[in-house]
Design a protein around this ligand. Structure first.
Ligand code: EPU
Length: 311
């Protein structure tokens, strides 16, 4: 794809910042995003930055504004399908200050948005705090999980959140309690989640270990291994999307190395060298299949970035 001149100017200004020693070894140009998504697909990002504090974040956000380019915050890339063309602009992974967890009360924790769910669960276990076990082994970060109100086994992130700190589009850091619904939060797309406060339940190591074991077993028995992005579609109209996809014969579908899992029809697996386009075409086929046979319009749960046509 032809780069526009704004991107070139942005890249030049960022390269000049590098010479001042800021972002030491944490800025990359033309970084293949397939290295950063669980599907293992996605073209290059003009700039990929690992950001460790709010000052660095503001530098990049202000440069993006100056050159009218996009910013995409990614976590572990587990709910994400990025096109083979990649991303024109800056992709940011929040780390450093945003990878910390702090006990703020007997049952409250303040967690950076770049913290992995398993790290949070492990911190909670050590402090005998229960609640988050439902999310064990979901390969995501707190930021991504809160934005999408990730959930499993009757629980969701929102059951334990007391407030969220974001950076808004005016560069103000604000704290509030968003509204949450099934796989939805009212956190705006132009707000960057920084920290999340959770209220957990006092428990015992024995009880927490038991919960974790049970969830792991359930997940293993019902969900496939392999390179996926979790469930592709949201459940809707009181139906499980996986069940609908299965009943309409989607498990037979594949495009190149992108295949619908035999174990769970709401999972697409990259079985080798699938391209983002293979996966995208397969998502369309699954959606069409359910619409043609059941007249239900499934809504995608995964975040799809950089495709020109509508699903
Ligand atoms: N089913 C089938 N065939 C399939 C898949 C499922 O018949 O191919 C049936 C199952 O036998 C079961 C029902 O559909 O009777 C529901 O399946 P499951 O228990 O796997 O739950 P789900 O509704 O498909 C949801 C979440 C999962 C979460 C599980 C467990 C969504 C879209 N999915 O799946 O979340 O882990 O419940 O709570 O809400 C995700 O968000 O990425 C995700 C994987």
């Amino acid at each position: 794809m032809q780069k526009n001149s704004n991107i070139d100017l942005l890249v030049n200004e960022i390269k000049a910042i590098l010479t001042k020693g800021i972002f030491n070894n944490r800025l990359f140009f033309n970084e293949p995003l397939k290295r950063h998504t669980t599907f293992g697909v996605g073209g290059p990002s003009d700039i990929y930055a690992i950001v460790e504090n709010i000052d660095e974040l503001l530098i990049l956000c202000n440069l993006a504004k100056k050159y009218k380019t996009e910013v995409l915050i990614i976590g572990m890339g587990s709910n994400l399908l990025i096109s083979d063309k990649g991303f024109r602009g800056i992709v940011i992974r929040l780390s450093g200050d945003f990878d910390n967890i702090e006990l703020t009360g007997t049952s409250t924790v303040r967690v950076g948005c770049g913290v992995s769910l398993n790290k949070l669960i492990s911190f909670a276990r050590i402090n005998k705090l229960s609640g988050m076990e439902f999310a064990i082994d979901i390969p995501g970060t707190v930021g991504g999980a809160v934005k999408t109100n990730a959930g499993a086994y009757e629980f969701a992130m929102s059951d334990f959140i007391t407030n969220v700190t974001v950076l808004n589009s005016n560069d103000d850091v604000i704290e509030y309690m968003p509204e949450f619904e099934y796989r939805y939060s009212s956190i705006k797309d132009n707000e960057i989640i920084l920290f999340v406060e959770y209220h957990l339940n006092k428990s015992s190591t024995k009880e927490i270990n038991r919960n974790e074991k049970e969830i792991k077993q359930k997940r293993r028995s019902l969900q496939p291994k392999g390179r996926s992005a979790g469930c592709v579609f949201k459940n809707s109209y009181g139906f499980s999307a996986g069940k609908l996809l299965d009943e309409t014969g989607c498990k037979k579908l594949c495009v190149g190395d992108a295949i619908v899992s035999e174990k769970h029809a709401n999972f697409i697996i990259n079985n080798g060298n699938a391209s983002a386009n293979d996966i995208y075409i397969l998502v369309k086929k699954m959606k069409k299949n359910v619409f043609d046979k059941k007249k239900i319009n499934l809504e995608t749960e995964i975040n799809i970035v950089g495709f020109d046509d509508e699903l």
